[in-house]
Write a protein that binds this ligand. Structure first.
Ligand SMILES: O=C[C@H](O)COP(=O)(O)O
Length: 280
C-alpha cells in the first residue's frame, strides 16, 4: 500500500515517491473524450467538426498531447471523415472479445481497426453496472483489442466513496484482472474513474486520485506493459493542475461537450506536465 500523497504535493514530489520514476522522457500526455449516448448522429457530426477545428490549437501547444474521442459506433465513419489529417485519434466505447462468429449485435476489434479506430474503451462502470460486464469479460475484451493492434482504454475504479485504501484495493483488483488479458509490452491506457465521481458535481479529491493513480502506475510497471494512467469523473478545466505528476492526462465526459472546455484542458495538460518516463 502506498502512503497517501499530500494534497499540495508538487509533481516533482509525486515522482520522487518512486511510483512514476525519474522524469527522463517518453510518455506523452493524453486526453480522451467519450460521448457515451449523449448525442444523436447530427449533433455528433457537429461536435466532431468543432473538435477538428482544435487542430491548430493542438499543434501550437508547448508540448504534444495525444487527443482521442470515442463517439457511438454509427459515428465512427464520421470521425474518420471529419478528423482526417488533424492528428486527432478516435475509437469506440466498447467491443466484443470474439474475432468473428455468431454474436448478433456485436462488433469485433478487427472491424474497429478497419474503420481507422486507434483506441477502444473497455470495462466502463456503466457497462459493468447495466450490462453485467465482469473482470473476466473486460480482460477478454482488452486482449482482443491489443491483438488487433489497438490501444485499450481500460476503465477501473471503486464503486463507493469508502476511503482511499479501499479504493486502491478495489481498483487494482480490476486493473490486474484486465491486464491479465493483455500480453507483455502491450500499450494500454488505464482510465481511473471512481464510480461515485462519474456524472457528479465535482471530481474526486485530488489527494485521493493521486494515491490511487500512483498505485496503478506501479501496477502497470510490475506487469511490464506500456501504460498511461488518466483520470475520469467530472473532469474538466482546473482538474489536471491538481493531479499533474500522478496521472498522464484526463478522460472527459460531459464537460467536453463544450469544445472550449476541451481546449482549456488540452492547454492545462500541456502546460502542467514535464516529460514522463516510459514504464517498460
Ligand atoms: O467516460 C467518461 C466518464 O465516465 C466521466 O464522465 P463525466 O465526466 O460526465 O462524469
Amino acid at each position: 500500500m502506498n502512503d497517501v500523497i499530500p494534497e499540495n504535493a508538487t509533481p516533482a514530489a509525486v515522482r520522487s515517491s518512486g511510483a512514476l520514476g525519474p522524469p527522463e522522457a517518453g510518455r506523452r500526455p493524453v486526453v480522451g473524450v467519450s460521448l457515451k449516448l449523449y448525442f444523436g448522429l447530427a449533433a455528433t457530426r457537429k461536435w466532431l467538426a468543432d473538435v477538428a477545428a482544435l487542430r491548430d490549437a493542438l499543434a501550437e501547444l508547448p508540448r504534444p498531447v495525444d487527443l482521442f474521442v470515442l463517439p457511438a459506433f454509427p459515428a465512427l465513419a464520421d470521425a474518420r471523415e471529419l478528423l482526417a489529417g488533424t492528428g486527432i485519434a478516435y475509437g469506440a466505447q466498447d467491443v466484443h472479445w470474439a474475432e468473428t462468429g455468431a454474436w448478433t449485435g456485436e462488433v469485433s476489434a478487427g472491424m474497429l481497426a478497419e474503420t481507422g479506430a486507434r483506441y477502444v474503451e473497455v470495462g466502463h462502470a456503466e457497462r459493468r453496472r447495466h450490462f453485467g460486464e465482469t473482470d473476466a469479460t473486460v480482460a477478454a475484451k482488452a486482449g482482443a483489442v491489443t491483438r488487433a493492434g489497438l490501444v485499450p482504454v481500460i476503465c477501473a475504479g471503486e464503486r463507493h466513496d469508502a476511503g482511499t485504501e479501499r479504493a486502491v484495493e478495489e481498483t487494482l483488483t480490476q486493473v490486474r484482472a484486465a491486464l491479465g488479458g493483455t500480453g507483455p509490452g502491450s500499450q494500454v491506457i488505464i482510465a481511473y474513474e471512481p464510480v461515485w465521481a462519474i456524472g457528479a458535481r465535482e471530481p474526486a479529491p485530488a489527494r485521493h486520485v493521486r494515491t490511487v493513480a500512483t498505485a496503478i502506475g506501479t501496477c502497470l510497471r510490475d506487469h511490464g506493459v506500456r501504460g498511461r494512467v488518466i483520470y475520469g469523473g467530472t473532469a474538466g478545466p482546473g482538474t489536471f493542475g491538481r493531479l499533474a505528476g500522478s496521472v498522464d492526462g484526463l478522460f472527459l465526459g460531459r464537460l467536453a461537450h463544450d469544445t472550449g472546455n476541451l481546449r482549456r484542458v488540452l492547454e492545462e495538460v500541456a502546460a502542467a506536465t514535464a516529460p514522463l518516463p516510459l514504464r517498460s
